[in-house]
Structure formats: C-alpha cells, structure tokens
Design a protein around this ligand. Structure first.
Ligand SMILES: Nc1nc2c(ncn2[C@@H]2O[C@H](COP(=O)(O)OP(=O)(O)OP(=O)(O)O)[C@@H](O)[C@H]2O)c(=O)[nH]1
Ligand SMILES: [Mg+2]
Length: 463
C-alpha cells in the first residue's frame, strides 16, 4: 500500500519514479524522529528489506538522500564491507525549500554502499564517503539531534563514487547537518488492484458525451444553464479543465483559456465560459476563477459574491479589494439563474500532502459559504498522470492504481467530502489530439457535477 503520514510527498514520489523509470510503492521502515537515531535501531528496522531509499530533511529546507537496490546488513566482519550496486544513486529533491531535483548516478558500483553493524547507512566507502546520510556511530547525534560540528562537508569527497555532475555538497545540503528528520522507505513493486477502486460502468465516451449534450437543468427553476464554479490554487488546472471539456465538444484539442505556470494566477478575469457543440450552446457554464493564494488570491468577499451571482462574466479580479455594488457590471438583484449551482474544488493531485495552510483555510471558507447556501461540492483531482507512471503511460489504469486510490482517500479526508465526490481527471496539456480515456474521465466528472447541480435545484423547488 501507499505511504501514510510520511513526509515523502507525492511530488517527491513522482520524481523518484521518474528517475527509476517506473512506478513503485513505498513503505516507511524507519523514521529518526520517532524511532531514534543509532545503528542498532537502523539495522533492526531496515536490514534484509531489499531496495530502500533514504531521505534526509535538514533545517534549511534541503531534502536529499540515496537509493540502493541491495539489502542493508549488520556485517560484523571488520569495520565495514562494501557492497556492489550498479543501480544505486544519490539525489537532491529540494534545495532551500525549492524543488530542484538532481540525480547523481553511480560511478564505482563496487563501492556503492558500506555496511557494518556499528554503522548507519553509508553511501560510498567509509574512506571514500560520497555522502553519509546517517553517519558513523561515533558521530551519531545524541541528546539534541544535532550532528557534531566536526561532521562537515570537508570530511566527505563528493563525486568519487557517485557522479556529482559538477554539483558541490554545499549545493545539496547548504553545508547544514542539523536534520529535522531522516526516513528510510522500502521500495516495492506497485500493487495493481485486482478490482477497480471505484465501480466503472465502462460507458463509452460517445454515450457520456450524448448525456451531457442532452442535459437540461431542472425545469420550473427558470435556469437555462447550470453554473459550476471552478476554484483552487494557482496552477491546479482550473483553466485546463475547462479547455479539456471544451475540446471534447469542439472535436479537437483547444486552448481557449490561457493556461501555464506562473508565480501568481494566470487567470485574472472571471469567465463564465459557455460551451457549444456543432449546433448549439450546452446547458451549463464552467466559471473559471483566479487561483487561491496567500497574498494575491481571491478575496473572501469575491467568493461570496460569486456564489450569490453578483459577479458579472469577464469581471477583473482585484486581489486587494473585493467587488462592491459600485463595481462595473455588478449584478444587484441576482436570480437563481445567476447563482452558482455546484462548486468544484480543483486540486492538483501531486500537491495534496503539501497543501498550503492558507489555501486549505480558503477551501474551508468556501465550503462553509457553500454549505450555508446548500450548494453541493465536488473535488476535481487533476494531474493524476503525474502521481503514477503506469497511469501516465496508460490512463485506463487509473481505477486500478493503489496510489490514485490513496490520494483520493487523502484529499477526501483533507477537504472533508465523501470519497464519491472526488473526481480524478487528466487534463489535456501535451496532447494535440483527443484521447478517448482522457475524455471519458473528464465527462464522468462533468456528469457528476451536473447531477449535483440538479440536486441543488430540486432542493430549491422543495423549499
Ligand atoms: N500533466 C498534467 N498537467 C496538467 C494537468 N492539468 C493542468 N496541467 C498543467 O498545469 C499547468 C497549470 O494549469 P492551469 O490550467 O493554467 O491552472 P489554473 O488552475 O488555471 O491556474 P491559474 O489560472 O494560474 O490559477 C499548465 O501547465 C497545465 O498544462 C493534468 O491533468 N496533467
Ligand atoms: Mg487559470
């Protein structure tokens, strides 16, 4: 099964799988902060477990470590003994809180790791250490978890056993050997589920597409088009989701809404996008918003105004002040047709474990506002292709992936919605042609949102 309660987040996992060229599952064997440091506990927890990865987190926000495909052992012959490992490598994942992955491949496989009962895990040879992730017993930290000052990069010769590619130790560790934590994971073949983690009726894309084309909001409400609000962090894939759905009905990959990576939200204008097929407009709108962020995100006042239908299409968000009744186009007396009928939290599946506290609190606020108004909510879980290599290669594996199932559980717990409200999708990004499976998952998510929008309207009629 996938990792629980670990610092090894989905971004790190995905990067690691990329380096390895395929998917893996990870099981936490050892964590210094809870198990304590020392060779005895290390060997108790990690010996004879096959391939392992060791990850160190220092107090400067540097994350680095090493991978070996051979067992750790409590060798008592002499001081240490070297083990051959052609597949071992060292890596940097994060440098000073910035994701900056770099792999250092093995140069002298005969010296890949060193083993000894009195030693922690050593990459390289004791006299030719490349990088000691947990050092020699005599320099193990004791009381306060700090390493003695004698243990500085000068003690190491980085680049003799592993190819440092011109990168210095300082560029990996920032010369800081005070660790927040050290973790060791067993690396195992991924569990491909025998049964899908969610029922799949295997409806064809054409059937799903027709259902959406035939969709009409609940009669008697006067609503001609249901409105689905897309909210989420910067770069979560809100605009890409609209583009994906739009592409399905246009018959080719489109990029009507601007998408891409940027520090602040690329979308600055509120767009209640209409969609059309060959003959007519469809009976729903996808309302794309500015990303939620710490400083320049949407104001809570704007969120309330959007839900209540006061915000006009093409309104330019001002991150420093919310919309007011004097703002151009402000809809003073919105009716049910102007309001939002379903909220979709768009969440990047690689960022679930590292979700920013302030973004999470904004989600909670929107949830509260939506609950007060009886508006149903779903989670559109994007970028599922980036959390498991098998899924990236073949999207039909999505419902058989234990990793995707795990992230669905995680995000449902985090946001506080039932798992059935989590709708995994892969948006169009690198593709130039439509793909049946991409379209199927996107249409399934849309179908669910339209059903929920109808629930909201039935509830209004019953009131
Ligand atoms: N691999 C992959 N990339 C995606 C997916 N969805 C979006 N992306 C990429 O993620 C980046 C951000 O996507 P956007 O759609 O611009 O995100 P957004 O939520 O609209 O962001 P802002 O408007 O800036 O708040 C783009 O480079 C997309 O190509 C997906 O499902 N898989
Ligand atoms: Mg956008």
């Amino acid at each position: 099964m996938a990792v629980k309660e670990a610092q090894l987040n989905n971004t790190y996992l995905a990067q690691f799988c990329k380096w390895m060229g395929r998917s893996f599952d990870f099981k936490l064997l050892y964590r210094a902060s809870t198990d304590g440091m020392g060779p005895t506990i290390f060997h108790q927890k990690c010996d004879n477990k096959g391939p392992t990865v060791i990850i160190s987190y220092n107090t400067d926000g540097c994350v680095f470590g090493g991978y070996t495909s051979v067992d750790w052992k409590s060798c008592t012959c002499g001081n240490t003994s070297s083990r051959f490992d052609q597949k071992a490598f060292l890596f940097r994942l994060e440098y000073m809180n910035k994701f900056s992955p770099k792999r250092f491949i093995i140069k002298r496989p005969e010296l890949a790791i060193s083993q000894g009962a009195n030693y922690g895990p050593i990459f390289g040879q004791v006299n030719v250490q490349d990088m000691m992730i947990l050092p020699h017993v005599t320099v193990f930290p004791t009381a306060n978890g700090n390493f003695p000052t004698g243990l500085t990069p000068q003690n190491f010769t980085f680049g003799r056993v592993y190819d440092n590619g011109g990168v210095t130790m300082q560029e990996v560790t920032n010369d800081n050997y005070t660790f927040k934590d050290v973790e060791i994971y067993q690396v195992m073949d991924p569990v491909r589920l025998d049964k899908p983690w969610r029922d799949d009726k295997k409806e064809k894309k054409a059937t799903l597409k027709k259902m959406v084309e035939d969709y009409c909001p609940v009669e008697d409400t006067g609503v001609k088009q249901s409105r689905i609000l897309l909210v989420g962090s910067v770069g979560a894939g809100k605009s890409s989701y609209f583009n994906t759905i739009n592409s399905i009905f246009r018959g080719h990959v489109t990029c009507q809404a601007s998408t891409g990576s940027s520090e602040h939200s690329l979308t600055t204008i509120y767009r209640c996008h209409q969609l059309r097929n060959d003959s007519s407009y469809l009976k729903f709108r996808l309302c794309d918003t500015r990303g939620l962020e710490d400083t320049q995100g949407i104001d809570p006042g704007d969120l309330t105004a959007m839900l209540d239908g006061h915000v006009p299409d093409r309104y330019t968000f001002n991150p420093f002040s919310p919309i007011t009744p004097d703002s151009p186009g402000y809809i003073k007396t919105p009716t049910v047709k102007d309001k939002i009928h379903c909220v979709a939290f768009v969440i990047d599946s690689t960022s679930v474990e590292v979700m920013n506290e302030s973004v999470l609190s904004k989600f909670k606020l929107i949830q509260k506002l939506a609950n007060q108004r009886g508006i149903p909510q779903v989670i559109v879980l994007t970028k599922v292709d980036q959390i498991e290599l098998d899924v990236e290669e073949d999207l039909t594996q999505l419902l058989y992936s234990s990793r995707v199932a795990y992230v669905v559980d995680q995000v449902a717990q985090l946001i506080g919605l039932p798992r059935g409200h989590v709708l995994p999708v892969k948006n169009y990004e690198k593709e130039t042609e439509l793909n049946e499976t991409v379209d199927r998952f996107a249409l399934l998510s849309l179908q669910q949102m339209l059903r929920f929008a109808d629930d909201y309207m039935y509830e209004l009629l019953d009131a």
